[in-house]
Design a protein around this ligand. Structure first.
Ligand code: ATP
Ligand code: MG
Length: 333
């Protein structure tokens, strides 16, 4: 069997996944699971950067389960991929320290992501672990010796940093790491309010696990063209969240084009456009719900996947750490 190249990507366990996550990231994982050996990391140590309170940490276990179940529900095959819990891979802590001299404080301070995160968390000063979080991410990527890292555009700079660390390590101590490549995936999905990207915290999300009644309520409450106060006034399709969702989730392109044409001409009401979107979303969610029910009925399965996946990731991590220490000249293991 030829060895497949490896992927490392992951999620911070902040809660269940919504349509925005699906569009921006998780739909791409479906296509990648057949071609690559995939490690999907539940990046709980990354929670310590902006959510270090004990109550946030205690929520990790349930959030991790929810995220894994969401993966299975969209069609990720548990036999093909490895789910792993970052905080239980002890080698992560080791590698982060061992590579931390290969990058400067100035380089980290220049990353816009750090400033953005500090601002979003209302920090006046930057904690040490927030500044160092791209180095932790580098350790995540380098431990399984991943070749490809699917990330959103905003995280591309962190993969670049990881490449720099890997090159410097290989030059200084000997070839241990493949130089990972970023695979920029994306597309941003606007929230149901049409104001900002879909996000849990903004209460403008439709979750992959929402039931029919919730989806209906969310869709019927969506913002459309604010200038259109009556159905017979021509409306704007561009930037209108209802049509953005139709474009993503309604496979009946003829219906979507017909709705757009009638909307522009002032010949269709918001209610019909939303009713049809609701039906399209229900069709999209139907197989997701079916798989969710199937996997949920297998008691303990998700915990077992996380446990066994983490063991497997640890074995890889241990082998890497051994190589790293040997290359560096450390004799104790
Ligand atoms: P939320 O923002 O819903 O509270 P979160 O904070 O757990 O979720 P983020 O850190 O905002 O998640 O996003 C994690 C990744 O998910 C992002 O890098 C991006 O790839 C994807 N993502 C999240 N929301 C969206 C969205 N609305 N559209 C596209 N991609 C998204
Ligand atoms: Mg967010």
């Amino acid at each position: 069997m030829t060895e497949r190249k490896r992927i490392l990507t992951g999620d911070r366990p902040t809660g269940k996944l919504h349509l925005g996550h699906y569009v921006g990231s998780h739909r791409h994982r479906l296509a990648l699971q057949d071609k690559y050996e995939c490690f999907f990391l539940i990046a709980d140590l990354h929670m310590l950067t902006t959510k270090p309170d004990k109550e946030d940490i205690l929520a990790i276990a349930d959030n991790a389960r929810a995220i894994v179940l969401d993966h299975l529900a969209i069609g990720i095959d548990p036999h093909k991929v490895t789910f792993c819990l970052q905080s239980a891979i002890h080698e992560t802590y080791e590698l982060q320290l061992l590579i931390s001299g290969l990058i400067t404080v100035e380089r980290l301070q220049q990353l816009p992501t750090i400033k953005d995160m500090a601002q979003a968390a209302h920090f006046e000063q930057i904690p040490y672990n927030l500044l160092g979080y791209p180095v932790l991410q580098a350790a995540d990527i380098l431990l399984p010796r991943a070749h490809l890292v699917p990330v959103g555009k905003d995280n591309e700079s962190h993969v670049e940093l990881t490449r720099q660390i890997a090159r410097r390590f290989n030059n200084a101590y000997g070839e241990v790491f493949p130089i990972p490549e970023a695979y920029v995936v994306g597309g941003t999905l606007v929230g149901t309010d049409g104001q900002a990207k879909m996000s849990k915290s903004l209460d403008n999300a439709i979750f992959l696990s929402d039931d029919t009644a919730t989806v209906r309520r969310r869709v019927m409450g969506m913002f459309t063209d604010p200038n259109r106060i009556r159905a017979d006034i021509p409306g704007r399709v561009e930037g209108n969240p209802v049509f953005i969702y139709h474009d993503f989730f309604n496979p009946n392109k003829e219906e979507v084009e017909d709705l757009k044409a009638r909307y522009r001409a002032g010949k269709v009401g918001d209610v019909e456009v939303k009713e049809k979107l609701f039906i399209a979303l229900e069709n999209f969610l139907a197989p997701i719900r079916e798989r969710r029910a199937y996997y949920e009925s297998q008691t303990g399965l998700v915990d077992e996947l996380i446990y066994e996946g983490t063991q497997r990731a640890r074995q890889e991590a241990q082998a890497t750490i051994l190589e790293v220490k040997k290359a560096m000249g450390f004799t104790g293991v």
